[in-house]
Each structure stands twice: as C-alpha cells, then as structure tokens.
Design a protein around this ligand. Structure first.
Ligand code: SF4
Ligand code: SF4
Length: 135
C-alpha cells in the first residue's frame, strides 16, 4: 500500500502511489489470506514487547510544528481523530502530549504547513485518492 509515514523519511510521489494502489488491487486477495494466517499466531516474546515499547515512545506530539504557510483553514483540527489539535489565533496547537500518529494532519494540510521535527519540509505528502476526491 502507499506509505504515508512522512515523519521518518520521504514517501512516494502521487503518481508512484497511484501505481502502488493499482498493483495492490490485483494482489489484495492473496494479501488478505496471508494476513488472516498471521493474525492467528500468538503475539508474544521479546521482539513483540520491544516493538510495543518503541511504538509507545514514538507517540509523542512534541515534534509537530507549523510554518507561516498556514492558511488557517482549520482542516487539521477538524480531521484529527484524537482531538489533539486546537486552532489558536488561527494556527494549530497540539494540545495532547501523545496521539495515535495517524499522519492525517501532516499529509492532508492543503499547503503542507505542518512539519514534524526539521526533516519533513521537502518530503512528499500522501492523501488517499478517496479522501482527495472529497468522499
Ligand atoms: S490544515 Fe494546514 S493550513 Fe489548515 S489550519 Fe491546519 S496547518 Fe493551517
Ligand atoms: S497525527 Fe493524527 S492523531 Fe496525531 S495530531 Fe495529527 S491528525 Fe491527530
């Protein structure tokens, strides 16, 4: 599937993501069968515990910031499923110390004003085409 985790590295362009989606449609049935098998396995062991700890640590909202490109549309506040964002004086403020890191705010800001740390300015953004078409 297309990757949207712009926090950590650059993601594919819109064109590349469309191609990934097209191929995924072809492979979806096989993927579902394999996932079914994986979900039946018990989740135990050191690696699983370590993954959970690292996941928990990475949930901090501390690194989110917004540039002067913000046009004060309020979309980030509206779409955040955690209600972790409030618009104050027209700009987003992360009012919760942790969130689920769904990437909606950073990917769907219409002017890419939301950043995460210092590394995301030049990175691509990804919006699922269903959402991009206003559905
Ligand atoms: S979605 Fe982007 S432009 Fe709109 S208020 Fe949030 S940061 Fe500003
Ligand atoms: S990543 Fe998702 S949950 Fe976290 S602040 Fe942005 S929209 Fe909200």
């Amino acid at each position: 599937m297309p990757d949207d985790t712009v926090f950590y590295y650059n993601i594919k362009t819109a064109e590349q993501s469309s191609e990934v989606l097209r191929k995924a449609e072809e492979e979806l049935e096989t993927i579902c069968e394999e996932l079914d098998e994986v979900m039946k396995r018990p989740a135990r062991g050191f690696a699983n515990g370590l993954n959970r700890s690292m996941y928990h640590l990475s949930m901090s909202t501390k690194k989110f910031n917004v540039t002067d490109d913000c046009i004060h549309c309020g979309q980030c506040e509206r779409i955040c499923p955690e209600r972790a964002i409030e618009l104050r004086e027209g700009k987003p403020v992360w009012v919760k110390s942790r969130c689920i890191k769904c990437t909606a705010c950073i990917n769907r800001c219409p002017v890419s004003a939301i950043q995460y740390g210092n590394g995301t300015k030049k990175r691509n953004r990804y919006v699922n085409p269903i959402l991009a078409n206003g559905n």
